[in-house]
Write a protein that binds this ligand. Sequence first.
Ligand SMILES: *[C@@H]1O[C@H](CO)[C@@H](O)[C@H](O)[C@H]1NC(C)=O
Ligand SMILES: *[C@@H]1O[C@H](CO)[C@@H](O)[C@H](O)[C@H]1NC(C)=O
Ligand SMILES: *[C@@H]1O[C@H](CO)[C@@H](O)[C@H](O)[C@H]1NC(C)=O
Ligand SMILES: *[C@@H]1O[C@H](CO)[C@@H](O)[C@H](O)[C@H]1NC(C)=O
Ligand SMILES: *[C@@H]1O[C@H](CO)[C@@H](O)[C@H](O)[C@H]1NC(C)=O
Ligand SMILES: *[C@@H]1O[C@H](CO)[C@@H](O)[C@H](O)[C@H]1NC(C)=O
Ligand SMILES: *[C@@H]1O[C@H](CO)[C@@H](O)[C@H](O)[C@H]1NC(C)=O
Ligand SMILES: *[C@@H]1O[C@H](CO)[C@@H](O)[C@H](O)[C@H]1NC(C)=O
Ligand SMILES: *[C@@H]1O[C@H](CO)[C@@H](O)[C@H](O)[C@H]1NC(C)=O
Ligand SMILES: *[C@@H]1O[C@H](CO)[C@@H](O)[C@H](O)[C@H]1NC(C)=O
Ligand SMILES: *[C@@H]1O[C@H](CO)[C@@H](O)[C@H](O)[C@H]1NC(C)=O
Ligand SMILES: *[C@@H]1O[C@H](CO)[C@@H](O)[C@H](O)[C@H]1NC(C)=O
Length: 425
Amino acid sequence: MAKYWLLLLLLLLAFLLPAAHAKSCHPDDLCALRGFAGNLGGGGALLRAAWSGASCCRWEGVGCDSSNGRVTVLRLPRYGLAGPIPGASLAGLVQLEELFLGSNSFVGSLPKELFSLAGLRKLSLESNELTGKLSSRLGKLKNLTLLNLSVNRFFGRLPDVFGDLTSLDHLAMYSNGLSGSLPPSLSSLSSLCELNLRNNSLSGLISHVNFSGMPLLASVDFSANNLSGSLPVSLVDCSALKSLTLANNQLVGTIPSWIGELDNLRCLDISNNSLVGEVPKGLSCLEGLTAVDNSAGMAFTNMPLYVKHNRRALQQQANVISGNNNTVRSGGGNVLSGDNNTVISGNNNTLSGTNNTVVFGSNNVLTGSNHVVSGSNNVVSDTGHVVNGSSNTVSGRNNMVTGNNNTVSGSNHVVTGNNKVVTGG
Ligand SMILES: *[C@@H]1O[C@H](CO)[C@@H](O)[C@H](O)[C@H]1NC(C)=O
Ligand SMILES: *[C@@H]1O[C@H](CO)[C@@H](O)[C@H](O)[C@H]1NC(C)=O
Ligand SMILES: *[C@@H]1O[C@H](CO)[C@@H](O)[C@H](O)[C@H]1NC(C)=O
Ligand SMILES: *[C@@H]1O[C@H](CO)[C@@H](O)[C@H](O)[C@H]1NC(C)=O
Ligand SMILES: *[C@@H]1O[C@H](CO)[C@@H](O)[C@H](O)[C@H]1NC(C)=O
Ligand SMILES: *[C@@H]1O[C@H](CO)[C@@H](O)[C@H](O)[C@H]1NC(C)=O
Ligand SMILES: *[C@@H]1O[C@H](CO)[C@@H](O)[C@H](O)[C@H]1NC(C)=O
Ligand SMILES: *[C@@H]1O[C@H](CO)[C@@H](O)[C@H](O)[C@H]1NC(C)=O
Ligand SMILES: *[C@@H]1O[C@H](CO)[C@@H](O)[C@H](O)[C@H]1NC(C)=O
Ligand SMILES: *[C@@H]1O[C@H](CO)[C@@H](O)[C@H](O)[C@H]1NC(C)=O
Ligand SMILES: *[C@@H]1O[C@H](CO)[C@@H](O)[C@H](O)[C@H]1NC(C)=O
Ligand SMILES: *[C@@H]1O[C@H](CO)[C@@H](O)[C@H](O)[C@H]1NC(C)=O
């Protein structure tokens, strides 16, 4: 009998003094983790098999505070976990600080119990199939430094709760269906280094965010949304900014001279907006942009802007360019208006205005006057052009056409070369 009591006492001690042993976990957390695993579909069965015994601090993906045996970290990315996030069980991990469940197959919305984990510092749920509107209860997670909800199916407005999340340094919600305008409270994220809201349906003025109070901001990606307005001047205060990606929006206005004051800028993509006018002279100090290699992730489209006479190196993306003295290199499908523009090797551009020059480009459409064209397959109308390519269609008056296979109509042309079709006077 005495032996039996001794055994029971030992068992009791082992249970009551988990803190004495770094590897034992708090019974509440053990219970919560078992509940969590028990409710998982998909790879949950494998996880339940892996999580055997009661020493949960030794389980894979689990990290504890060794002083009290409380679970502080749960890191289970790419475990094939499926089903709704078992929020009620997670809420039992009252001292959880880091939750990484990315690249699984979780469905449903964020469980409301998640928002009771007030000690959370890092929450990363990217690349799942989570959906629903983002609750304003997000603002309860005041200690968050990292929030990554990217590549899910969240929709609706971003709640205006960032005034409560001022510890955030990384905020990523790209590739969801978020809509509505940018919440002004984003402006209060004074510790922010990375802000990525790419590929949503966000609309309204980009200047709803005041970037002035973000001295550490290194990377902003708002591309592929529906943001409007001009480039917010408050960005000039982000002296740490290395990468600014605002491509594929509805931004208007000029490319402002203060861009040239961003000394650390290495990647600038403002293509496929309706930014017009001249590239400011000040941009010559962005010469560093040209030196950057083409390593992965360096997507230059409207850039680099190594300016003497507003030269733009364009690739692929179509731009609307107006203003004077612009140079387009290798760009295609651009719409240019204004005067004295030069297109080098660009194809399928539409140019209007005067004194524009096309060198080696093909399939361009030019209207206006006094253009110099030496590409091929261009359609040139109006007056006073010098056309020196082949297979061009030229109409208008007073054009000088050399080269081959050109079709010329209109009057008063000077035509030399072979195989021309000439109609008119
Ligand atoms: C939030 O962080 C602060 C500072 O690190 C800490 O004192 C506080 O206990 C944390 N809040 C929670 C709910 O854990
Ligand atoms: C968000 O998750 C994606 C996918 O895992 C990752 O590439 C990205 O770096 C994460 N961003 C942040 C801020 O954690
Ligand atoms: C944009 O996000 C959607 C999901 O909302 C995704 O299906 C698509 O692949 C993303 N596109 C890009 C280019 O990342
Ligand atoms: C942006 O915030 C700064 C302070 O951080 C303030 O001085 C400035 O007036 C604000 N700009 C706008 C446009 O609200
Ligand atoms: C973008 O905004 C314009 C109006 O500014 C609207 O007509 C259009 O439907 C919007 N597109 C998307 C994809 O939200
Ligand atoms: C330009 O941006 C719009 C959205 O503003 C998008 O629908 C379109 O596909 C983009 N065009 C290119 C060539 O990327
Ligand atoms: C464009 O360049 C010409 C000389 O090449 C110069 O006379 C003219 O002022 C320039 N126009 C603008 C708007 O900078
Ligand atoms: C275009 O260039 C010519 C000289 O080549 C200059 O006289 C004229 O002012 C320029 N036009 C503009 C709008 O810059
Ligand atoms: C230009 O247009 C032609 C047909 O008109 C097409 O075959 C070619 O791919 C286009 N090139 C570019 C760069 O868009
Ligand atoms: C076009 O060039 C001529 C001289 O080369 C110049 O006199 C004229 O002002 C230019 N036109 C424009 C609109 O710049
Ligand atoms: C036209 O082509 C000839 C020979 O290819 C070249 O010598 C001449 O400079 C060209 N003229 C123009 C205006 O490009
Ligand atoms: C002009 O057309 C003839 C026959 O149609 C063809 O053989 C020749 O290659 C063409 N030349 C050019 C420069 O396109």
